[in-house]
Design a protein around this ligand. Structure first.
Ligand code: HEC
Ligand code: CU
Length: 359
């Protein structure tokens, strides 16, 4: 057998073998890709639509990938250079109009079909919400989310998002500083929070439980801390929680005392998820609280000369003076709104006593 005849045109037998490889490998590839658990649980009405779209993309693209790779490997093997052929030129190749037409038309049809599907899906998902749909104003600020649910009795603010199950909700997303992105992976949709404009999307939560809210746009050094949760409740529980939140926003500060110290430590270590106050301990080391984070200065070392009033000012207005060696804008500047006066007082008292060894 001469090299030429062995390595000439692709025979019918070759084609059958190649086709068999492509079919089998595609079937395995598709089965594997569909079996993988790509996404978190489905928490909204649009999640199944998005996940189905993903499945369709997988089913269409795996065979294309497999076919291209198979033909590539076959060509490399079949027409590879053999010893002694180093100085030979390959045969002159002429264009093939027929082939070019085929490989232009097929991708055009595939892309056009998928794009049409995606466009129809997008229009479906973005359909204007019915009148009377619950509106939640979502505000992004470096580095926290806060939420304002519109109710007939006025807006109810919260740091953690609460939603009733199986009721449509429309989000008006805004930013107070840089571009953030409001994303609840379990709900699937996300949209940028852009300063100066309001972006929106609407959906219906379909699963009870607590899901992550994350910022999906790198927005500064504290981006990774810009997380919240959304809790989807039954209509009954939701009404109770909203009533509680409405009361809390107008509540009078409770009296100080021993209880306040305990609350101070708790606020330091865990913040107040219900109002969106980020835990101080996530960024600061404080011996008494047992926290060791180093994103912000060590408070035992940094506050030795500061009294309670000074500490209070540093918490509510952290950008007034920046500790040397640290950047402006990492410490959340919203504690004056996410913590009540009573909480702030308890927190300051706790820090003051912890640092100065009193109490
Ligand atoms: C996301 C991280 C982060 C969180 C959360 C955070 N801080 Fe800070 N904090 C910093 C950084 C960074 C600095 C240094 C830059 C500056 O001065 O603003 C700082 C500075 C400070 C200072 C010195 C401020 C000054 O102006 O001298 C104090 C006091 C302080 N933080 C207390 C707190 C307390 C109390 C909390 C919780 C209520 C808290 N921080 C939450 C990151 C954080
Ligand atoms: Cu952000």
């Amino acid at each position: 057998m001469t090299g030429q005849s062995h390595r000439g045109a692709v025979t019918a037998k070759n084609w059958i073998a190649l086709l068999a490889i492509i079919v089998v490998a595609s079937a395995i590839g598709i089965a594997f890709m569909l079996a993988l658990n790509w996404f978190p649980e489905q928490g909204s009405n649009v999640a199944p639509m998005i996940d189905t779209f993903w499945d369709v993309l997988v089913i269409v693209s795996v065979p294309i990938f497999v076919a291209v790779t198979t033909m590539l490997l076959f060509s490399v093997w079949r027409w590879r250079q053999k010893p002694g052929e180093e100085d030979l030129d390959g045969p002159p190749i002429h264009g093939s109009t027929k082939l070019e037409v085929i490989w232009t038309i097929i991708p055009t049809i595939v892309i056009a079909a998928l794009t049409t599907y995606a466009a129809i899906l997008l229009v479906d998902i973005q359909a204007a919400p019915a009148k009377g749909t619950r509106v939640v104003n979502v505000n992004g600020v470096q580095f926290a989310w806060d939420f304002e649910t519109e109710t007939p009795a006025g807006p109810v603010k919260s740091g953690r998002l609460y939603l009733p199950i199986n009721e449509p909700v429309k989000f008006n997303v805004r930013s107070k500083d840089v571009i953030h992105d409001f994303w609840v992976p379990a709900f699937r949709l996300k949209v940028d929070a852009v300063p100066g404009i309001t972006t929106t999307y609407n959906l219906t939560p379909t699963k009870l439980g607590t899901f992550d809210v994350v910022c999906a746009e790198l927005c500064g050094l504290g981006h990774a801390y810009m997380r919240q949760t959304v809790t989807v409740l039954t209509a009954e529980r939701y009404a109770t929680v909203m009533a509680g939140l409405a009361r809390a926003s107008g509540a009078k500060p409770p009296a100080g005392g021993a209880a306040a110290d305990v609350a101070g430590e708790k606020l330091f270590v865990s913040g107040n998820p219900a109002t969106g106050a980020t835990a101080c301990g996530a960024c600061h080391a404080l011996k008494a609280a047992g926290t060791t984070a180093a994103t912000g200065p060590n408070l035992d070392e940094m506050l030795t000369k500061d009294d309670a009033a000074a500490i209070m000012e540093m918490i509510v207005d952290p950008n007034k003076e920046i500790v040397p060696g640290y950047s402006k804008g990492i410490m959340p500047a919203n504690y004056a709104t996410t913590l009540t006066k009573a909480e702030l007082a308890a927190l300051v008292k706790y820090i003051d006593q912890s640092v100065h060894g009193k109490g």
